[in-house]
Design a protein around this ligand. Structure first.
Ligand code: SF4
Length: 231
């Protein structure tokens, strides 16, 4: 990773923004109230609601909601599970060692968050002790994720973690069985991939090992993007 890439992480924690036109009366506070498609015009507007949201219990313990980072019109979206401690403190998803590894993986096939990729999570607030979000929490937050997909409108969505696979494509199988497979749905291409934290725990680059498999998958993603952009 070069200095320029590392400097991407030198972002000071920002206070939750209050965009113009923000109406606190419109914050959907109960998970029973749906978030209609088209509720938000901008990610900033949605972020302001998330920072005041209590549709699930995660709202009670968050420092700040973590909305996303990257190009707001990216052709690729990466969806993780939920924010960890560093993310909760900085308001940025996939920072720290996992995030740096993810950026290096993307850079290996010339993909960047400035141009090609937007990164976010299924739940916007940190689950305590970094536990997996419950189905109820994922469902409560789902409307925000749907709005993000609508606004960014990516052609390719990469899913990291069981919660993302279950929430977006209904897959309940283990990642090792389904990683690298394309699922076509609603005019988008979805692919489950290993979580970078898993790769940090499995350092071998031997053929057939997680890092080697990730290298195959990210090359397939690059090829799919080139195909989509050319069509
Ligand atoms: S995780 Fe989502 S639904 Fe739950 S409080 Fe945070 S923004 Fe609201």
């Amino acid at each position: 990773m070069n200095d320029e890439q590392i400097s991407l992480f030198d972002i000071a924690p920002a206070e939750p923004a209050t965009p113009s036109g923000f109406d606190p009366e419109l914050i959907p506070t109960s998970a029973k109230i749906p978030i209609p498609t088209g509720t938000y015009q901008t990610m900033e507007q949605m972020g302001a609601h998330c920072n005041r949201c209590h549709r699930c219990d995660l709202g009670a313990s968050r420092t700040r909601a973590v909305i996303g980072r990257g190009n707001l019109n990216a052709p690729i979206m990466i969806v993780g599970e939920g924010p960890g401690q560093t993310e909760d403190e900085t308001g940025m998803p996939f920072v720290g060692r996992s995030g740096q590894l993810l950026d290096r993986i993307l850079a290996s096939v010339h993909l960047t968050t400035e141009e090609h990729v937007f990164i976010c999570n299924v739940v916007k607030c940190r689950p305590p002790e970094n536990r997996t979000p419950t189905t109820d929490e994922a469902e409560a937050c789902r409307g925000y994720l749907s709005e993000q997909i609508r606004m960014v409108d990516p052609k390719i969505i990469l899913l990291t973690g069981a919660t993302a696979m279950k929430t977006l494509v209904g897959i309940k199988q283990g990642i090792t069985k389904v990683r690298g497979q394309w699922i076509e749905k609603d005019d988008r291409f979805y692919m489950p991939i290993f979580h970078p934290a898993y790769l940090l725990r499995n350092q071998s680059k031997e053929k057939g090992q997680p890092k080697w498999l990730m290298w195959q998958d990210i090359q397939a993603v690059r090829a799919k993007l080139d195909e989509v952009l050319a069509s």
